[in-house]
Design a protein. Structure first.
Length: 140
């Protein structure tokens, strides 16, 4: 059963690991990688990546991407959102902390932030969802 727009947005706002997909070079399948992301219903979705990464190069070339979030237990439920890149900005410590806090317990965030400098430079990539796919196959 397809989810309503409100159900899709609410589901996407939860702390799932996203599967980002973007066109890759000719003759290759789309680049598909797991990411942490943030989304507030009705707003822009954003995630962090290196400004010179393969992912970032492909995003700039394509100008759009899709993300899929899902749960498998105790049923299959997923949401896919696709749309254009709306902006790319340098990240701040506050943004990095917000992302970490979305996925980690409060006691883990500080340790993560202390190690975050080793990750290197990061940017935030924003997208406004235009197209959605979703399903809730219920409990079995």
């Amino acid at each position: 059963m397809t989810l309503t727009l409100e159900e899709r947005q609410s589901f996407l706002a939860q702390p799932h690991i996203g599967a980002l997909a973007v066109n890759d070079e000719p003759g290759r399948a789309p680049l598909n990688v797991p990411i942490w992301y943030r989304y507030e219903p009705g707003g822009e979705l954003w995630f962090l990546t290196g400004p010179e990464s393969r992912k970032m190069r492909r995003l700039k070339e394509s100008g759009r991407f899709s993300i899929m979030a899902q749960v498998l237990e105790p049923s299959v439920r997923y949401v896919t959102a696709e749309g254009p890149i709306t902006r790319i900005t340098p990240i701040t410590d506050a943004m990095h902390r917000e992302m970490a806090a979305h996925y980690m317990s409060p006691e883990q965030v500080e340790g993560y932030m202390k190690q975050a400098d080793a990750i290197g430079e990061q940017v935030a990539v924003y997208m406004t969802p235009e197209h959605w796919l979703s399903a809730d196959l219920g409990s079995f």
